[in-house]
Design a protein around this ligand. Structure first.
Ligand code: GTP
Ligand code: MG
Length: 365
């Protein structure tokens, strides 16, 4: 299972347009709010230059890229937690995602109404972020009530700890602080995991621009504000890029240059998501396939093996590792072996970005 990314934002901010751009899909977009009711889902391959190079070098029977699934949900509006618009129940579809993308409208286009009147991305961000906070607050409050009740009857250490952690969340959320900004120890994060709080997930703000100068100026202004807060804001031109994607590559490049678009929105967004989540890519190679996999930076070899198969983690013996650059420099596995570039690594080895790994393990009886 690859990464999952959820897309949120106000109605008519361009979520589905972005979703279609990212997935090459054709989900319905419309100039009226709430055009998306049931969520759109799409799985796409992570663009990976190294995987292409390796495929040409190794001629594996099958090449499997890492994947990302995007989930596009209905628009949130002010008061969604109280049932305004479509309410916030549909947020349950993004509770399981690894990261959230929040689309902010920067495109002007008067023919597309804005639910809050005018174009004001900072206000929009406040509205959406507040609704996400309130959605989490609901979950936390409900569980806290239950826990207080339980703790009146039993003295359970774990439940008591859980209550403490949730109370800290409650306090933060009530002050408008997302759970991701609370300085929790890893044990508390573990406790929180099953609640799948949206504000605990990494968040990437995406500015949806059009080709007008005014949209660009607004972006420069707002980006400054985000920078001051230490937050990333990624510019995309969802509609324009989708239109340009129909063109030949060369022609597309010329238009990108003319509009000052720094590259494919899809590629930039995936890169930014990997950075935000602090992920690396490693490769497994065997008789059947060459496969790219994403992995949190700092993961040790046995746990990385566990991503391939749980048996591989349990029966882990060692990892045979060659780095992408070394393998490409040698030109083949035989050559890499002769030159001593294939290393044997043990349980404490941290998998590095660009490692090609063959796991040795004992099968369970
Ligand atoms: N000019 C311009 N129009 C855009 C852009 N992005 C989206 N639109 C238009 O805005 C309207 C709404 O886009 P959608 O992608 O359906 O918006 P949404 O956020 O998914 O809306 P809901 O599903 O209703 O919440 C459509 O008419 C799009 O064509 C853009 O970058 N520029
Ligand atoms: Mg939509």
């Amino acid at each position: 299972m690859g990464l999952q990314v959820g897309i949120v934002g106000l109605p008519n901010s361009g979520k589905t347009t972005l979703f279609n751009l990212l997935t090459g899909g054709h989900a319905e977009v419309a100039g009226h709010p709430f055009s998306t009711v049931s969520p759109n889902r799409g799985v796409v391959a992570v663009p990976d230059r190294r995987l292409e190079v390796l495929a040409r070098l190794l001629h594996p029977p099958q090449v499997v890229p890492a994947t990302i699934e995007f989930v596009d949900v209905a628009g949130l509006v002010e008061g969604a937690s109280k049932g305004e618009g479509l309410g916030n129940r549909f947020l349950s579809h993004i509770r399981a995602v690894d990261a959230v993308v929040e689309v902010l409208r920067f495109f002007q286009d008067r023919s597309v109404p804005h639910v809050a009147g005018d174009i004001d991305p900072l206000r929009d961000r406040d509205i959406v972020d507040t609704e996400l906070l309130l959605a989490d607050l609901e979950v936390v409050e409900r569980r806290l009530e239950k826990l207080r009740e339980l703790l009146r009857k039993t003295k359970d250490e774990y439940l008591r700890e859980e209550k403490e952690v949730l109370e800290q969340c409650f306090a933060a959320l009530s002050q408008g602080i997302p759970v991701r900004a609370v300085d929790f120890p890893p044990s508390a994060r573990e406790i929180l995991k099953p609640y799948q709080l949206i504000t605990a997930k990494p968040l990437l703000y995406v500015a949806n621009l059009d080709e007008e100068e005014s949209s660009r100026r607004l972006f420069e202004e707002v980006r400054k504000r985000f920078e001051e807060e230490g937050l990333p804001l990624l510019p995309v031109w969802a509609k324009l890029e989708a239109e340009l994607s129909e063109l030949e590559e060369e022609e597309q490049k010329a238009f990108f240059a003319a509009f000052g678009i720094p590259g494919l929105g899809f590629v930039r967004l995936v890169e930014e998501a990997y950075r935000l989540l602090d992920l690396i890519t490693f490769y497994t190679y065997g008789e059947k396939e060459l496969r790219a996999r994403e992995l949190p930076r700092g993961t040790k070899a046995p746990q990385a093996a566990g991503k391939v198969h749980t048996d591989m983690e349990r029966g882990f013996i060692r990892a045979e590792v060659v780095h992408f650059e070394d393998l490409v420099a040698c030109g083949s596995f035989e050559r890499a072996r002769q030159e001593g570039r294939i290393r044997l690594e043990g349980r404490e080895y941290e998998i590095q970005d660009g490692d090609i790994v063959y796991f040795r393990f004992t099968s369970p009886r």
